[in-house]
Structures are given as structure tokens and as C-alpha cells.
Design a protein around this ligand. Structure first.
Ligand code: 3QA
Length: 230
């Protein structure tokens, strides 16, 4: 690994990282800010994309193609589907899908378009390092499927659809698009999230309440993983 990308979607998701690293150099590009640091000899570029798949794809592509990052780690929050996941719990994606990608009118499964795939897998090496870091620090992490779509899910109907269609454990709005970009550009990546809500009726309320604390859980664990990668 020569240069590491760390991304989030919202400012709150990368704030704890920017607070942790020192001597941050800011570069503006494509209406966004990129934060470059050197941490224990490793060059790292940090950015938040703004919400949703389009912005996340732009940022992931920029981190790789413009800044030359060759590994990408995502840190942020997610809505829980798997009832084992409570607010503050950590999930690392083994694979991701786009729950709102729908050309079923032509007989294709949900989440599929020609020459694509329903699921994109994350790097098993990075997952192994993440699991070691979790063990060493006494953290419980669930490994599972994350479903991504351009919707803040706050109803049991939508949640049940995503659960039954993709067997997803958690949902959010960026992971799968980052996965598609990294997979296409051959960059090993992982998607880490801490639960902020349960994507149900109370989701809006819970999200506002737990965004900061859950984003911090995710970021603190991510730093432990980075320490192991160095
Ligand atoms: C939600 C953030 C988006 O980047 C996806 C949080 C947590 N719970 C979710 C849920 N459904 C979908 N995604 C999530 N992130 C953006 S809306 C709030 C914006 O506040 C993961 C996620 N239930 C803006 C203040 O006006």
C-alpha cells in the first residue's frame, strides 16, 4: 500500500478522523475538499463525499484516479436490518448491493444491470485485518451484507423489501457505489459502519440523536485498523 484513502459521506463521519490526525493539508477539487496527512509514515487522503451514490462515486474515483490512492476504507453510520445489530454496533460489509437499482421490467433481478453484478465483494484481506483489530481491542463486529440506495429508509415496508430481496444486514446510501468504483479500478476496499438507527418509523429521530456517537465508534475502530495496516 502506497497511499490510503479514507472516506465518509457526511462531515460528521470524517470529523473524528480529522481531529485525530495532525498537519492536515486541504486541497479543493470538484466542489469538494480533500484532506492529506502523513500518519506514521503512511500517506492518507481523507474526504467526505456528500450524501448518496452519485457523490460517493465521484469522490471514490477522485481519491483513486487523481490522488493515486491504492486502498480505500469507508467509515460511517448505517441503518440496521439484522435485529442483532443495535445502535452503536459495528458492521463490516462482506458484500454490497444497490437496493434501488431496478430494471425488473425486463426480467432481471433487483440490483442487476447487464455487465454488472447484484453483489460486489469487499477485500477479504482487509476484512481479516479488521477482524484481528476487533479481537485485539475486544470489539464485537458483525460481517454481513450491506444494501445501498438513494433513500433514507424509514419504513418497515421498505426495510422488509430490502431484507427479503437481498438478505441484507444493514443499509445506507453510499457503500455499493464505492464498491463498484473500487472493483472496476482494482482497488482493495472495505466498508465499515456503526449503527445509528433501525431504518424504521423512529429512524429520523434516532439518526439525529446517534449520528455523532456512532460515527465516532466507526472512526475509532477504523484508526485501530489503520494502525494494523501500517
Ligand atoms: C443519511 C446519511 C447518508 O449518508 C446515509 C447516513 C444511516 N441510517 C440510514 C437509513 N437509511 C439510509 N441510510 C442510512 N447514511 C442522510 S439523511 C440525513 C441528513 O441530515 C447512513 C444511514 N435509515 C441532513 C440534515 O438536514
Amino acid at each position: 500500500m502506497k497511499k490510503l484513502a479514507i472516506m465518509g459521506a457526511m462531515q460528521e463521519e470524517i470529523e473524528p478522523l480529522l481531529a485525530y490526525f495532525e498537519n492536515v493539508k486541504v486541497t479543493e477539487f470538484a466542489k469538494n475538499k480533500y484532506y492529506e496527512v502523513n500518519y506514521r509514515g503512511l500517506d492518507i487522503v481523507i474526504a467526505y463525499s456528500k450524501i448518496g451514490k452519485v457523490f460517493a462515486s465521484l469522490t471514490a474515483s477522485t481519491l483513486i484516479e487523481k490522488f493515486g490512492c491504492d486502498t480505500l476504507l469507508f467509515s460511517g453510520v448505517a441503518g440496521a436490518i439484522n435485529p442483532e445489530l443495535k445502535i452503536g454496533d459495528l458492521i463490516i460489509a462482506d458484500k454490497l448491493c444497490q437496493h434501488d437499482l431496478d430494471i425488473t421490467a425486463f426480467g432481471h433481478p433487483h440490483g442487476f444491470v447487464p455487465e454488472g453484478a447484484v453483489f460486489v465483494e469487499t477485500s477479504s484481506q482487509l476484512r481479516e485485518v479488521a477482524k484481528e483489530a476487533a479481537n485485539e481491542n475486544g470489539l464485537k463486529v458483525i460481517e454481513g451484507t450491506i444494501a445501498t440506495g438513494d433513500q433514507f429508509v424509514h419504513s418497515s415496508e421498505r426495510k422488509d423489501f430490502i431484507e427479503s430481496t437481498f438478505k441484507a444486514d444493514a443499509l445506507e446510501m453510499e457503500g455499493a457505489s464505492v464498491a463498484v468504483v473500487c472493483d472496476a479500478l482494482n482497488v482493495p476496499f472495505f466498508i465499515l459502519r456503526a449503527i445509528s438507527d433501525s431504518a424504521d418509523m423512529d429512524a429520523g429521530f434516532d439518526f439525529d440523536e446517534f449520528l455523532k456517537s456512532s460515527a465516532k465508534e466507526s472512526a475509532e475502530y477504523l484508526i485501530k485498523i489503520v494502525d494494523k495496516l501500517i
